[in-house]
Design a protein around this ligand. Structure first.
Ligand code: GLV
Length: 318
């Protein structure tokens, strides 16, 4: 039997050593898909695709025959907005069901942490204080979720399974709506989902239409003393509006996992702000085995002229 023609790709990231993270899984998953570190590329003309996480401004320039840029994560914002990515190149991303479960676990943890007062109980334990807090029925607690892609759906499913009054803002009512979840669509969908909510969870993709959506107008819709769980992208959040909402008490606190600048600089005021819980972009991640399988499948489809199952719509932005 003849061997399949190899297809060559390059790792492009300003922040991560992608070969160290994914190389072993990729090599185990398929020998006809060969990935190179940029400095090891001998023939740039041969490079048909790039595997990316925040590629540098000139990263694509050496590769004239590049036809695909694939993100190792769910988000493709760093590719969509990249001025050096050839217009005709396809964009693909990983769609990892485990990542959605991780995301849901993180979001639910942050909701329950406040709803059930776990931080207060930890302080009580340190003070040897027995002080049971009152509790509310989850069905009486409105939670708004922005976004209903793979991540948003998993978050909404988890919240609704725990009995929370779950409202999702999304572009259109999903083909397979989740039982017990309310969907808010259209121009006022986010405001409608947020109105009176005790928690606001953001899992939107970053596009031109979703930049700065976490702003004063949206915070004003929430119940006073609500909490923001920001696990989308830093650019969704208007930082001044967050501070104003915290100062006025409209927001009691926020969990911030993503930032306009990552890593968050050590001298940033967020670190010392007791109203914030800061985590280092860990709400979820793709797993190397899943990344490897989907990259190999995508590279082979590119080579064979088949449809790209993990491709995104460049005009829509996800
Ligand atoms: C994580 O942020 C991802 O895009 O997968």
């Amino acid at each position: 039997m003849s061997q399949p023609t190899p297809i060559h790709g390059v790792y492009l990231s300003d922040s991560h050593d992608l070969d160290a993270i994914y190389g072993a899984a990729l090599r185990a998953a398929g020998t006809d898909v060969i990935l190179h570190q940029p400095e090891a590329v001998q023939d740039p003309d041969q490079i048909a695709f790039a595997l990316c996480w925040v590629p540098g401004p000139q990263a694509f320039a050496p590769y004239p025959n590049l036809r695909l840029a694939m993100s190792i994560g769910a988000g493709v914002d760093a590719l969509l907005g990249h001025p050096g990515l050839p217009e005709g190149a396809a964009i693909a991303r990983v769609r990892d069901p485990h990542q959605a479960d991780l995301m849901a676990g993180f979001a639910l943890h942050e909701v329950l942490r406040d709803e059930r007062g776990f931080d207060d109980m930890a302080a009580d334990q340190r003070a040897a204080r027995w002080d049971p807090a009152p509790m509310r029925a989850p069905a009486s607690v409105k939670v708004a979720v922005l976004g209903h892609g793979t991540m948003g759906r998993a978050v909404a499913k988890g919240l609704s399974a725990l009995g929370f009054d779950t409202h999702v803002a999304c572009r259109s009512t999903p083909e397979a709506p989740l039982e017990g979840v309310s969907y808010r669509t259209g121009a006022t969908g986010m405001q409608d989902a947020a109105r009176g909510a005790a928690y606001l969870i953001n899992v939107l993709p970053l596009t031109a239409a979703t930049e700065n959506v976490l702003n004063a107008d949206l915070f004003a819709c929430l119940a006073p003393g609500a909490r923001l769980i920001q696990i989308g992208r830093g650019e969704h959040l208007v930082e001044g509006d967050l501070m104003a909402a915290l100062d006025s008490g409209q927001l009691a606190g926020a969990t911030l996992d993503v930032f306009r600048q990552e890593p968050l600089p050590a001298d940033h005021t967020y670190w010392a702000d007791a109203r914030l819980r800061i985590t280092p972009h860990v709400a979820s991640d793709t797993l190397p085995d899943v990344v490897a399988t989907q990259v190999i499948e995508t590279a082979r489809a590119l080579r064979d002229g088949a449809p790209l199952a993990y491709g995104i719509d460049r005009a829509r932005g996800y």
